[in-house]
Design a protein around this ligand. Sequence first.
Ligand code: SF4
Ligand code: SF4
Length: 506
Amino acid sequence: MPVRWREVGGRVLLTNDAGDYLWLDRAPFEALAAGTLKPGHPVWAELARSNMLHDPETEARVVERIRRRSGHLQVGPTLHIVVLTLRCNHACTYCHASRQPEKRAGFDMSLDTAARVLDVILASPAPDLTIEFQGGEPALNFPVLRWFVEEGRRRVAGGSRRLWFSLVSNLSTLTPAQIEWLVDQGVAVCTSIDGPAELHDRHRRIAGGDSHRRTRAAMARFDAAYRRRRLDPSLAYVNALVTVSRGSLAQPEAIVDEYVRMGQKVIHLRPLNPFGMGRKIWAREGYTAEEFLRFWTRALDHIIELNRQGVEMAEKMASLLLTRILTDDNPNYADLRSPCGAAIGQLAYNHDGRVYTCDEGRMVGAMGDDLFCIGDVHRHGYAELIAHPTVGSLCVSSCLECLPGCADCAYAPYCGVCPVYNYIEQGDLVARPATNDRCKMMLGMLDYLFQRLAEPGLPDLFRRWTEVRDRSSVFEPRRPRRPSPRAKARPAAAPPRRAKKGARRA
Ligand code: SF4
Ligand code: SF4
């Protein structure tokens, strides 16, 4: 069968298209490559077990598994990122260019735009749809958030489609009544905690300098609200993630320990990316791929040690990669699939109605370059947006199986490329892997995981990181415990509106 290979730590790692892998010593690998390896050789049976020797049954099995691993191609955009406002009460040191001061007018999504956005979302063919509210600080436009949830649920009621909502927020502006309402409506909540208070507050700047305390206090209020509804605390909680800035690099252990103290079971160590960020900010806060990898591997060493002491914790990026390595499940993570999720897996809607292939494409738009803008909900319907030539370009340029470098890379069955990153960093949608920092990070993370997978006991430990518990019961709407916080400014629900067929774009 076709295999790819890579030398790691003096041995050779073989992989096939279905994600099977096998370590070989140099001598049998060279015999295999030369065609002189014979049945009866000790590695022959291992190659057969790993689906690397051809026969019709193996071929059929591998084809079926590739189909399952590529399930994302059958679905359509499931994730819809709605930027409710560009205003924010924070001024984080690494924030992208589009953030606007809290009191500035003209940067909120209007109800009219929201109605057109919802039309486009519901025209997507995906059976499960997630609307993710982002900003700025999306909770500053709470009336429109509430409209989306109530109107969205009304529009899908009685049908077979499922609609989920998620709020990405610093939580610091939420009132107790808003928290109760979000819990009653089953809105999933994700926030940012960059580590211990000193590190977090140094980067996440807010008047009063107490961002960490305010976010933690709101998380505690959510926990209390979940407990009052007798929801399983191992399923009902606020997710948190870390944005890794230069100041984080020296303290991976302290950051992980902060997440253990918070009771989180997963930590997402998200590298800073250059989308929408001025060069000056990148020069101050950015770092090389090698620096990030040193940080990430130290953090993982620490987490594995904690696991061995009985502490439950996993790192999100590692979990996603391990899911691709150890299972045929498809986490459908936009940046780890081929082609990537730009437009065909997710869409991003700016506050003014412009639609982008993904949130990262929107951030490039905030820098004044609308290459990744595929239309406007005021002029285009779903079919026109998805037929935009940029969508095809991003599919082609993120299809690993046909990209120079990636097509031959042993990690292609597990990896993904980002055309937006390539465009910003290398001036081309297509990556040049040899000098691409994102590729270096992927290579480093996958080298680390494969090397550790070869250690006794680690496959079982890592397998636990791939177990995903079904949390859907937490994110169903439930009967409110108290009256809904009807804000005075709440607009009247707009009637559902059909997206106009706009003039064809160039
Ligand atoms: S991006 Fe890099 S690591 Fe990923 S498949 Fe391409 S060459 Fe391999
Ligand atoms: S272009 Fe990049 S950021 Fe956008 S979905 Fe693809 S991989 Fe993700």
